[in-house]
Write a protein that binds this ligand. Structure first.
Ligand SMILES: *[C@@H]1O[C@H](CO)[C@@H](O)[C@H](O)[C@H]1NC(C)=O
Ligand SMILES: *[C@@H]1O[C@H](CO)[C@@H](O)[C@H](O)[C@H]1NC(C)=O
Ligand SMILES: *[C@@H]1O[C@H](CO)[C@@H](O)[C@H](O)[C@H]1NC(C)=O
Ligand SMILES: CC(=O)N[C@H]1CO[C@H](CO)[C@@H](O)[C@@H]1O
Ligand SMILES: CC(=O)N[C@H]1CO[C@H](CO)[C@@H](O)[C@@H]1O
Length: 726
């Protein structure tokens, strides 16, 4: 008890008091009071202090992150008994079947807003071009947005999903120098790297563009002049470091020196990697030009500032409306409110650099836009590169719902700064109505390194034998939704692939095999009994949960509903034992047929629900079952309804396992081969995909996933390095 109380008390210490109160005040005041009392006990104080002194807080936090997440809503509710009415209703829904639903239309480009449709514009934070994206970046931005876009298309929304590489800025210039290429060549090279990684991850953009285009210049300069003409840009002079030798101002990454805060000797001009503090380059001690190593001098330079205070009340008005009607994740709400609470200050939008969108004002010639001003305009210009009618999306606030996906470090630039640019420009822009921000994905027990470039990268994932769908599954299963999560090879990957493979793959394979082996590849005659209808009710319930959750962009939680359906399905098969009943009398054979028919229909539903998450697996299931093209469409209408899409007599295709078993001895030998790799070795192995020698007694193949453990640093924050509106 005492230990438990102390742990609780520590947890209390770790969670900002603000949140605890927010959470407890309404419902659980007595618990809150109890917490406070317990917290004041000397023994708890002592323990808390000891832990904090020993800097164990981080490890406690990581420990807590590894604990199972609080049950998602669909879990709790799933356990409840279905009422008779629900069971009967499920039976009635089921027998409606596909009716004569039209086959959904092909996607035709360019996609433009349509009258009478739900027009959904989806963006993913623009990855910074000159790094290879890492897993944190993939889950935080492009993959999350992709799942939502795919889901929206299944729901029959008119969705457009755009993204592209963010290409301007000092880091590109530096990289160009390092690699002996021009900045444009660097961009071309890395844009292709990004595109191929996302293609491998099956990110289905409607358009994947880039920011170094004429459209970008045109639109950014237009917004600039509108802000300027309306008096929202104010000039000021700024002290900056200037390298006389290189004849350039040294912003951000062009200069290094001693951190004024922690005295770390290699602090950059914008931030210290050691203590994380943001730095103004002129504060650095002993600054050095990164290129020629000479000491720069301080020079003042004229710049333009976006007058955020002047736009503040307009911003707040809009925010209130957007947050009350749209789906903003709670971190996005908190971060935005705390920015506003601290008061807005004018922000410099220009830079003394070469590689950027030129500032068109003659008094500021030779300067470019600072990236945080420029990059979000990329969403507009990338859409403009996709279609000349881009304004139908971006200047249509009443008919278009805009969803922005990002990691939480990008929130202020999407909720405060960029909206201010657009509000000030007064051109009827579409502003964000749903801001979806992830927390961070951490890696094992190692804290990620922000700028050292260590971690798991997109191209590594590609080089493993792990199928892209399985990567997607992991990342989405771990999606840091509502709280940080931790990626770990040994633990999470292994555990949760058994969830994926043992539970999901096994159910779908069994259902198909029964139909194929016992009923000549046809869906048998079904006579539903109460028990079957109860399954229909449970499955229908999970489907509606899934839709409710995904409508609110709760991607990880909705995935749990899929897994729960196949758990229900496995249980149903286990209890009804069709492989025994098929050998019995007429009545038993009819039972076997009904169970098989219901199961293949559940498998068909699962293929539809998996489509946003694991597109290739979903397509394979559809193919094996010869599922009609309109089945997903039918089941995803409205609140969702589980109908019979594969009626008796429907012919299915060839069933083969979705995932294959690997024998223990093979695993062991491969583990020995790969397990001892050190950090430097960029190799690990997925041992799936090899055919198993022995099959299980039941004749169904249990798949196994294995990834060799190794020590590696996963750069955790999705946005931090890869997208940098900051
Ligand atoms: C979120 O989205 C759902 C579904 O689109 C909608 O019903 C709901 O009103 C939205 N807003 C909030 C605050 O949940
Ligand atoms: C802004 O666009 C909407 C269409 O979404 C249009 O109905 C409205 O008239 C426009 N408002 C202005 C001020 O142009
Ligand atoms: C991971 O990165 C951290 C921070 O840069 C470093 O201290 C640690 O030694 C690294 N771990 C490994 C195994 O490389
Ligand atoms: C996550 C999970 O397993 N949730 C529920 C899914 O449904 C089963 C019943 O088969 C419940 O026991 C689980 O709690
Ligand atoms: C965190 C979590 O839910 N892990 C699950 C991964 O899969 C295994 C095996 O199915 C589950 O037991 C774990 O709970």
């Amino acid at each position: 008890m005492c230990v438990c109380v102390c742990v609780c008390s520590l947890t209390f210490h770790c969670v900002p008091a603000f949140d605890v109160h927010l959470f407890l005040v309404d419902k659980l005041q007595c618990v809150a009071r109890w917490f406070e009392q317990v917290n004041a006990l000397p023994v708890c104080q002592t323990v808390a202090q000891r832990v904090q002194q020993q800097k164990s807080l981080e490890s406690l936090k990581r420990f807590l992150q590894k604990q199972p997440l609080p049950p998602a809503r669909c879990r709790n509710d799933a356990e409840r008994e279905m009422t008779d009415e629900e069971i009967q209703a499920a039976g009635a829904t089921w027998s409606r079947g596909l009716a004569d639903r039209p086959t959904p239309a092909e996607r035709r480009h360019p996609i433009l807003p349509q009258e009478g449709k739900r027009n959904v514009l989806i963006t993913s934070a623009l990855p910074y071009v000159n790094n290879v994206p890492h897993l944190g970046n993939i889950i935080g931005c492009v993959l999350s947005a992709d799942v939502f876009a795919r889901y929206g298309r299944l729901r029959g929304w008119n969705a457009l999903f755009v993204c592209g590489t963010d290409e301007y800025g000092t880091a590109t210039e530096n990289k160009a120098r390092e690699e002996g290429l021009s900045p444009q060549e660097i961009c071309d090279k890395y844009h292709a790297v990004h595109a191929s990684i996302y293609k491998w991850f099956q990110i289905d953009f409607d358009h994947f563009g880039r920011t170094t285009t004429e459209k970008q210049t045109e639109i950014a300069q237009d917004i600039f002049w509108r802000l300027y003409d309306r008096g929202f840009l104010i000039p000021d002079t700024v002290d900056q470091l200037h390298c006389e030798n290189c004849q350039r101002f040294l912003a951000d990454r062009f200069v290094e020196g001693i951190c004024p805060n922690c005295r770390y000797p290699e602090a950059r001009g914008d931030q210290c990697d050691k203590c994380g503090r943001l730095i103004n380059a002129v504060e650095l001690k002993d600054p050095q030009c990164k290129v020629c190593k000479r000491t720069p001098v301080v020079r003042s330079s004229a710049h333009l500032f976006l007058d955020l205070p002047k736009l503040e009340s307009q911003l707040e008005q809009w925010l209130e409306q957007s947050m009350s009607t749209g789906n903003w994740t709670s971190n996005a709400r908190h971060i935005t409110r705390s920015w506003l609470r601290d008061g807005l200050k004018p922000r410099c939008i220009t830079r003394d650099l070469r590689w950027g969108t030129p500032v068109p004002h003659p008094d500021f010639s030779g300067k470019v836009f600072y990236v945080w001003f420029d990059a979000p305009i990329g969403y507009l210009s990338i859409t403009a590169s996709y279609t000349d009618e881009w304004e139908k999306w971006w200047k249509n606030p009443e008919k278009v719902e805009l969803y922005n996906f990002m990691a939480k470090d990008n929130v202020p630039f999407h909720s405060v700064v960029f909206p201010c640019s657009l509000l000030g420009a007064q051109d009827n822009y579409t502003l964000v109505s749903n801001l979806i921000a992830t927390e961070y994905l951490n890696y094992e027990d190692t804290k990620f390194s922000k700028s050292r470039g260590v971690g798991v990268f997109g191209d590594m994932a590609k080089d493993t034998d792990i199928p892209s769908d399985v990567w997607r599954f992991y990342l989405l299963y771990l999606r840091p939704e509502g709280q940080d999560s931790a990626f770990s090879w040994a633990d999470m990957a292994l555990k949760n692939n058994s969830e994926l493979l043992n539970n999901l793959g096994n159910f779908i394979n069994r259902a198909g095999m029964f139909a194929s082996k016992f009923f000549e590849g046809r869906v048998p005659q079904m006579e539903l009994q109460q028990e079957d209808k109860r399954l229909l009710a449970q499955v229908g319930f999970e489907l509606r949960q899934y839709i409710q959750l995904l409508d609110r962009v709760r991607i990880r939680d909705a995935l749990k509903c899929i897994l729960n359906i196949s758990r229900h399905g496995n249980q149903y098969i286990q209890v009804n034992e069709p492989w025994k009943k098929i050998k019995g009398g007429d009545e038993d054979r009819l039972r076997a047929g009904t169970v098989t028919g219901v199961s293949v229909n559940v498998a068909c539903l699962l293929s539809a629900m998996l489509r946003p998450y694991m597109p290739a697996v979903s397509a394979t299931i559809r193919e094996q079952l010869c599922a009609p093209a309109n089945c997903a469409d039918a089941m995803f209408q409205g609140a969702g309804s589980f109908v019979c899409t594969l009626p008796a007599g429907h012919r299915i295709g060839t069933i083969s396992p979705l995932f294959q078993k690997l024998e223990a001895e093979q695993i062991e030998s491969l583990k020995r081969r790969f397990g001892g790799q050190q950090v430097s070795a960029r190799r690990f192995s997925f041992l799936g995909g090899l055919p198993g020698k022995k099959k299980r007694a039941s004749g169904f193949i249990y798949p196994v996933f294995y990834a060799a453990t190794r020590t590696m640093n996963l750069s955790a924050a999705s946005g931090r390095e890869q997208t940098r509106f900051a």
